[in-house]
Ligand binder design. Structure first.
Ligand code: CTP
Ligand code: ZN
Length: 154
């Protein structure tokens, strides 16, 4: 199967977001970051392990009627650093953004350290510094290296 066949296999969307060039196998994590579990009623199509000229295999996530916030894109960059985010309006790609890793991510992750100030019931938003090897809590310096999506604060 070629990349063109994939294009034919997953329908185009009318309005929404296409997250392309997601590492193969990460599509469900992308949905977790976006807080999408189907209960919101949005149309979602996934391509998993589809052939890609540049990546060998890749995942694609298409969400109808929804655009992404910068905070969501920041967390997305941690699992899909080379993803392309296409905003689709009236069937055409209206905006195309290459994801860039931010220096910090705020709000979307929770700290695994029970004693961290962010877990003390105070009105403190979580903040993590982005490192090459993972993310580090800006308050207690706990480092999360793997399975970052297990720490989504949603
Ligand atoms: N797409 C879609 N629905 C539309 C328009 C585009 O699902 N109405 C999808 C395409 O299938 C593709 C992605 O959005 O997966 C980007 O579309 P486009 O920019 O036309 O494709 P390419 O030029 O191949 O993108 P890139 O250069 O980023 O690889
Ligand atoms: Zn902490």
């Amino acid at each position: 199967m070629t990349e063109k066949d994939t294009e034919l296999r997953i329908s185009k969307i009318r309005d929404g977001t296409v997250i392309d060039h997601v590492p193969a196998g990460e599509a469900l994590h992308v949905l977790a970051i976006l807080g999408i579990d189907g209960s919101g009623g949005e149309g979602v199509s996934l391509g998993m392990n589809v052939p890609s000229e540049t990546m060998g295999h890749k995942d694609i996530v298409k969400v109808e009627g929804r655009e992404m916030s910068q905070a969501e894109l920041d967390v997305l960059s941690l699992i899909a650093p080379d993803a392309t985010v296409n905003i689709v309006r009236d069937y055409a790609v209206a905006e195309k953004t290459e994801i860039e890793p931010p220096e910090q991510v705020a709000g979307l992750l929770s700290c695994p350290n029970r004693h961290c100030i962010t877990n003390a019931g105070e009105p403190v938003e979580t903040r993590f510094d982005v490192l090459d090897e993972g993310v580090r809590c800006a308050y207690c310096e706990t480092i999360v290296r793997e399975e970052i999506t297990d720490h989504l604060a949603v």
